[in-house]
Design a protein around this ligand. Sequence first.
Ligand code: UGA
Length: 481
Amino acid sequence: MTIAFSSNPLQSPPVPPSGRRRPRLTFIGTGYLGSTYAICYAEMGYEVLGIDVDADKIAKLAGGEVPVHEPGLDELLRKNLAGGRLRFGTDYAEAAAFGDVHFICVGTPQRADGMAADLSYVETAVTMLTPHLRRKALIVGKSTVPVGTAEWVEQLVARHTPPELGIEVAWSPEFLQEGVAVEDVLRPNRVIFGVKTQWARDMLYAAHKGTFDLAATEDREVPVVITDFATAELVKVAANAFLATKISFINAMAEVCEAAGADVTQLARAIGYDSRIGTKFLRAGVGFGGGCLPKDIRAFQARAQELGVGEALRFLHEVDLINQRRRQKVVEIAADMLGRPYGPAGPDLTGIKIAVLGAAFKPNSDDVRDSPALSVVRRLSRAGAEVSVYDPEGMANAERELPEAIYPKTLGDAVTGAELVCVLTAWDEFRYLDPTTLGDVVGARRVIDGMNCLDAPQWVQAGWEYRGMGRAISPLSGMEG
Ligand code: UGA
């Protein structure tokens, strides 16, 4: 069932178990997801408690510092801490005493021993919270999980709480994108309620009412899909699988364009005019990365295999392979531009100084998890190159992840003397670089535009040898439409 909410359709909304007018919310796990939700829901007027086992992270949040780079979040954090609606802590007993609705926002990373998702953080969150519960509450999963997890969480809850408390479970996946997470949480394009009872549905409605009220003031509606647990869980992974497939589709076209001498950026624009296809998520480049799409398509395949329908998702293996090949393609282009032969063990780039602009998996983020940029840096370093990396926000995380690269303080330091510049994250700071000024400090004017985000003719005119991804070699000026 889909309902579009912009005002309260309930005649008599249920009284939250705490007796408050609005349910009190806890967000368990204060990474990107949980911290953004906790802060934004406080901003919408809820009383909120953020919980994490990481005391350092909690101390930072409680002190007004967001532990990740997310535009707009710092300001909202400080405002709502000062307003008294938002608190952070590590004590599950406090969370149980406080909350009516407990949102599970912990990570579900790829397991070290395979493609499946590691559910140990979900299990810990549930088993640490439930023994402290003394009144009815709703436990809501927001983390991305394999289908069937909500049923399992329900069993865990039943094992750890007396039935007379009537603790219920629901699943409501989130769709926030890093870099625009605040906007995505305050103004979701849809909300999913995976529920079994009317009470769970009503409590979820009450817990999301802030987003519906905001929509009403802006003359918008938020579609709500009310469904069962399994569908709610699958909505999330299906959405991410579709997005990953769209990116790999255009990257596969990039491979064909490279072989045929065509230009994938123009191809994407031309097919995107068909509204059935659309232009979004058709940017060819070094492929997708981050803490979500890569591990989600793997976990989805592993789960499908367990369910006996592995064949249905076999194409996701291909999606993954196309994605990995894009990273290697940058190394191939580098070897070609630098005149270093590409042997069976890859090229020998010994003695070559390369500047990589970008470390975060996407702009406006400091997240380097499964970052295509860092994967390319690793490959270039292994081929013998001396790689200097610069990123506006991701330097500390990148250095922790990949200490073998060089991390100069400024962009200028990174590119000085470089024989090749690779732009691998589409930060505005890189997109609008002046190629003439930059040309004066580099060792040689060679650039790989791994995100197809530079103004190619402008770079060519400034004397650069330019190579994009899936684009004809050295596009002529004036060819861009
Ligand atoms: C993704 C989804 O977009 C969110 O809807 C979802 O909630 C989130 O995962 C999650 O599961 O929590 P996110 O990982 O923040 O969000 O990043 P995206 O904006 O989806 O970008 C993922 C990767 O795809 C980036 O490396 C980006 O550079 C790449 N990308 C994106 C392309 O290569 N081409 C495109 O056209 C678009």
